[in-house]
Design a protein around this ligand. Sequence first.
Ligand SMILES: *[C@@H]1O[C@H](CO)[C@@H](O)[C@H](O)[C@H]1NC(C)=O
Ligand SMILES: *[C@@H]1O[C@H](CO)[C@@H](O)[C@H](O)[C@H]1NC(C)=O
Ligand SMILES: *[C@@H]1O[C@H](CO)[C@@H](O)[C@H](O)[C@H]1NC(C)=O
Length: 375
Amino acid sequence: MSMEECTYIRLGILAMSSILICFYTTSSTDFLILFRPKFDTTMSFEQKAFVYEKMIRAFRKIDHSCEMQGMYCKRPETQHVDCGRVLQGDKDYLSTLTGGSRIPLIPDPYLNMTCPAINSRIRPHHLHFDPLKLSGTAFARIVYTDYEFIEKQIQVSYHPQNYFCFAVDQKSPEEFHEKMRKLSECLPNVIVLPATESYDSEGHNNNLAHYKCMQELISRPGWSYLMLLQQHDVITKSVYELDRIFELLDGANDLWMAKEIAKRRNKKLKWTPRELRMFGNDSAISKEVLDSELKFSTGYVQGSLSRDTVEWMVRKVDLSVFIDQWNQSKYGGDEQYLTSLNINPALGMPGHFTDECLKQDVPVPGITRHRIHAS
Ligand SMILES: *[C@@H]1O[C@H](CO)[C@@H](O)[C@H](O)[C@H]1NC(C)=O
Ligand SMILES: *[C@@H]1O[C@H](CO)[C@@H](O)[C@H](O)[C@H]1NC(C)=O
Ligand SMILES: *[C@@H]1O[C@H](CO)[C@@H](O)[C@H](O)[C@H]1NC(C)=O
């Protein structure tokens, strides 16, 4: 089906919807704002109308049978989607759901935020949880928007043995802070840090946010690996798959690494363990290591660290100067900090790697983050 035909069909559907026409001819923008605020601004007008029309239909035939049968209930935005065709990889059909035809998640202004309602969405009574071999996974995520998306990500990786720590951007709207607070009050394994910092796309304060989550998480028993995440990262493995993957990693950290991007580090600052005041005077680190400049590499914010690594970062060394110096980078200091710890075996960080591969131009892949750039 060509794009023109798609648009034509959508317009046809639009014409059939008397409700929409009524609002279009009177106050279309008011309607859009009033009904569901903050709609995805990159959507074409036809696409918005199409999605709303489908939602109105879904709301009209409100059907609780999925809930009753303990099955997954689709949101009104996606009730018309034929998941069978999607899962079969039907390319023509998929093209009507992706790119410009993507269906956005539209915030529900009437979302029930009582504890029983939050719990019934995240961990409905009928769910059965098997114990995890490694006693749980912890997640640390920096967030600023899209509460329902965040809640969904907890739902898909929920397990009573898992922990979810959030650093919320100080400059987020109060309504978002309030929802995140509520979430942490209603679930025992959700931690929301006091919002004391702001984050930006240059990466400022990101390391600090994850570090503060580590400080909170290390006092919680059980979990074996920590995944470091950002706002819109989507978890694509089940809790049991993650448990098995971390069992196979067997204490090794998972961080994608590449050669240092030099301009991401402030060269005027001193980068030896001594100047960075990483170790106390009584540590067993040799003078030579203390006074040699560290080796550096670039990577991602996302990664998976073993519990021993987190314990070392929080309790064995002092990373405050290190974190502060990376925060003085103009751009991307958050993508250098972890990998740089990981390629300095002399520091003694558990689960570390080496810089031998990078020196020989052998890539160091990671499995935690998978990205696809759409053009
Ligand atoms: C919110 O959910 C709770 C628990 O399911 C329910 O008792 C309550 O009536 C709901 N409130 C609204 C306004 O729907
Ligand atoms: C550690 O060493 C530094 C300089 O070598 C010294 O200034 C400091 O007082 C020492 N701290 C302790 C606790 O001994
Ligand atoms: C990190 O850097 C940003 C940008 O320069 C700055 O605004 C912020 O205060 C710094 N954070 C800390 C904890 O010093």
